[in-house]
Write a protein that binds this ligand. Structure first.
Ligand code: ADP
Ligand code: MG
Length: 708
């Protein structure tokens, strides 16, 4: 059978993802192979499929004993002979497995890196060794495990057996270290894109955290999620608080007793508890495919960890969320945690990584781009699936609001900072507000606007020069010349209003909600009978396809992703019965002909008018062309061409965009050269004039001409 056959028959998937096929081919040629692929990318198949092609045994080294059972169960439900061997098993159990190995009844055997059995491998017919989470062997990685050093001499004792090393996170240094430590022989290396297109990245300010978390999970009541906290105590506290609000949440951290930890994990894997509130001790190697969200209530120490932790969401490819609660105070706090006593060199590395994490939190540009660039991967400026890309700023008339702020500043005699001014505007009862101020007419005139909105408005007014901030330890807000015109009602003020774009851009096929629930029920029943987590029976993605395409016969079932031969034989009928009964009752036909190969989220290109408009809005807020270019990660000449559009439309006046003194000489040069090409005009004008400026004047002339 070819790898593709095996993929279809045994695993029920119709096509390979990313570099899977190339990796498998390399392994099948018995080459040492190094595969770097994001979490959820599908690394397991890269050794599982070769394991089925090779005659002998494939040994898989996996770091966590607790999770081997799951991986083995997942293979077994697909009818693949696999087992694990570890210290949690009784002597008798271990013996039985060994017998099976000797009788060549197993295709895959999972071992922990500390296993004694590794030393004996040379006396068995081993075809392939797979080293999962291979970055654990490197000091340079963020997750070094000394047990992994036991693997260093594997190649020496088994020189002819190919080794595949797999990991989801490794920078260049770590990569090199892995190859060296494992003594891989000129390995074929495959690096897949790290983009996890189905994960939406969002950052919100860390204020009123508990309310924000409640809001977030309220909307996702039926979904599984992980909430990461920094300290053990806070996982327990938050889990308790969530429980009091009626959510089914449990804590997980390394300080809990072993049995309790195992139980909590088990309940989560089996969908009996939806929310795991955990320290980072939770998650490595967790293959639960239907984790719909990962929330970080505290700042992670570095981008590697953040990327890996968020990567635990959405392994099944369905839309998922990564939410970070971010504050500058956290950055300061984390500095203590990344300091390694007596090792300044290491501390510096960690501090730099922390800085990059903070940069991510503050990012004005696409978050996905930042993450991918961090891993040396180039991408577009706009992903369409992070909070930055999904937030559009709009300008609205904010004259009245501006007048309120400015008159408050004036009444307070320009002696207070933004915090005080806002409390004053909102009519706060706080003792901080001086009694005499409470008597002023302006006190409380802005009670209907939230603190956060006032903050944004003041930020806008500062950016546009309607206010300035004094220097010093306690900066106060002060008026400017421009303020007077506004207060007198002579000038209009535009302010930004951020707008979340909430509509889903891509229409999804409709699915039958009630049917999906029925399918989940039957899945749970089967899972309980088989004593495995539900997602191992069938993934959420598979159930969603069933409830969408309503397959009516075996042939149609085989078109559903995730239904391999064995699963069809084993469970097909039970699911078929449910689908058929539902369709009869509601008089529905099969929709299998609507099914196209699994949707891969494409990056949506930014619409041209949107991008122009964004530049325009920033410009109206008082940012220079260079600043906008920097902020939007575009070139200055692109920004100039955006603005030229508005000049041509007449929305921007020429003297708003370029130095008024330059206008007439540019105009003359255009006339002299005939005005058809830019280069001769530029030549005539020399270096103190830019192409952008020339373009603006040309746009202006264009407008004048169109009016004549
Ligand atoms: P990784 O180890 O890289 O984090 P896994 O091997 O656990 O990822 O795979 C993640 C999920 O993707 C699993 O549910 C797996 O069955 C599924 N998967 C892997 N390859 C494919 C494929 N080619 N088509 C569809 N689903 C796949
Ligand atoms: Mg894996």
């Amino acid at each position: 059978m070819t790898p593709l056959h095996i993929l279809k028959e045994k695993f029920g998937y119709s096509s390979f993802r990313l570099e899977q096929e190339a990796i498998i081919n390399s392994v099948l040629q018995k080459k040492d192979t190094f595969a770097l692929m994001p979490t959820g990318g599908g690394k397991s198949l890269c050794y599982q499929i070769p394991a089925l092609v090779f005659d002998g045994l494939t040994v898989v080294i996996s770091p966590l004993i607790a999770l081997m059972k799951d991986q083995v169960d997942a293979l077994r439900v697909n009818g693949i002979a696999a087992a694990f061997l570890n210290s949690t098993q009784s002597y008798q159990e271990q013996n039985e497995i060994l017998k099976k190995v000797q009788a060549k009844e197993l295709k895959l055997l999972y071992l922990a890196p500390e296993s004694n059995f590794i030393k004996q491998l040379s006396s068995y017919n081993v075809s392939l060794i797979a080293i999962d989470e291979a970055h654990c062997i490197s000091h340079w990685g963020h997750d070094f495990r000394p047990e992994y050093l036991n693997l260093a001499h594997l190649k020496k004792s088994l020189p002819s057996v190919p080794v595949i090393a797999l990991t989801a996170t490794a920078d260049k240094l770590t990569r090199k270290d892995i190859v060296e430590k494992l003594e891989l022989n000129n390995p074929s290396t495959f690096i897949s894109s790290f983009n996890r297109g189905n994960i939406r990245y969002t950052v919100v300010p860390k204020r009123n955290s508990f309310d924000k978390i409640l809001d977030f999970i309220e909307k996702r009541k039926d979904e599984s999620g992980i909430i990461y906290c920094l300290s053990r105590a806070s996982t327990e506290r938050l889990a308790e608080d969530l429980k009091n609000e009626g959510f089914h949440a449990l804590p997980y951290h390394a300080g809990l007793e072993k049995e309790i930890r195992a139980k909590h994990q088990e309940l989560f894997l089996r969908d009996e508890v939806k929310i795991m509130v955990a320290t980072i001790a939770f998650g490595m190697g967790i293959d639960k495919s239907n984790v719909r969200y990962v929330v970080h209530t505290d700042l992670p120490k570095n981008i590697e960890s953040y990327y890996q932790e968020t990567g635990r969401a959405g392994r099944d490819g369905l839309d998922s969320e990564a939410l970070l609660l971010y504050s500058f105070a956290d950055v300061m706090k984390m500095k203590r945690f990344v300091t390694v006593d007596g090792n300044t060199e290491q501390t510096e590395v960690f501090l730099k990584k922390l800085d990059q994490m903070a940069e991510y939190g503050d990012l004005p540009t696409c978050r996905r781009k930042f993450l991918l660039n961090y891993f040396d991967e180039a991408t577009t400026n706009y992903c369409g699936n992070c909070d930055v890309c999904l937030t559009r700023i709009e300008l609205t008339d904010g004259t009245l609001l501006a007048q309120k702020v400015l008159s408050a500043v004036s009444r307070l005699q320009e002696r207070f900072g933004a915090g005080y001014v806002i409390d004053f505007l909102r009519g706060s009862n706080s003792a901080k507000i001086q009694e005499e101020h409470k008597q002023l007419k302006t006190f409380g005139i802005g009670a209907d606007v939230s603190k956060e909105e006032w903050n944004n408005i003041i930020r806008d007014l500062l950016a546009q020069g309607y206010l300035v901030k004094s220097e010093g330890m306690y900066p106060v807000l002060q008026l400017t010349e421009k303020s007077t015109a506004v207060l007198k009602g002579l000038e209009k003020v535009m302010i930004t209003k951020s707008k979340e774009i909430t509509e889903v851009a891509e229409p999804e096929a409709n699915y039958e909600q009630t049917l999906l629930q029925q399918l989940k029920d039957i899945r749970r029943k089967i899972a309980n009978e088989e004593n495995v987590p539900a997602y191992i029976v069938l993934s959420d993605a598979t159930l969603l396809e069933l409830a969408t395409y309503l397959p009516h016969n075996k042939e149609e079932f085989l078109k559903i992703s995730g239904f391999g031969q064995v699963k069809i034989e084993k469970y097909g009928k039970q699911f078929w019965d449910v689908v058929a009964a539902y369709c009869r009752e509601h008089n529905l036909k099969s929709r299998i002909n609507l099914k196209t190969p699994k949707r891969i989220r494409r990056e949506r290109p930014e619409r041209e008018t949107d991008t122009k408009q964004k530049s325009f809005e920033f410009f109206k807020l008082g940012h220079s062309i260079a600043e906008i270019a920097e902020r939007r990660n575009l070139s200055s000449s692109t920004i100039e061409s955006h603005l030229a559009f508005y000049v041509q439309q007449g929305t921007l006046l020429l003297n708003e965009v370029i130095d008024a003194s330059k206008i007439s000489s540019i105009q003359q040069a255009i006339e002299k050269t005939g005005g058809n090409a830019l280069a001769p005009i530029k030549e005539l004008l020399g270096d103190s004039y830019s192409y952008g400026e020339i373009r603006m004047v040309m746009a202006h002339l264009e407008k004048v001409r169109s009016l004549q």
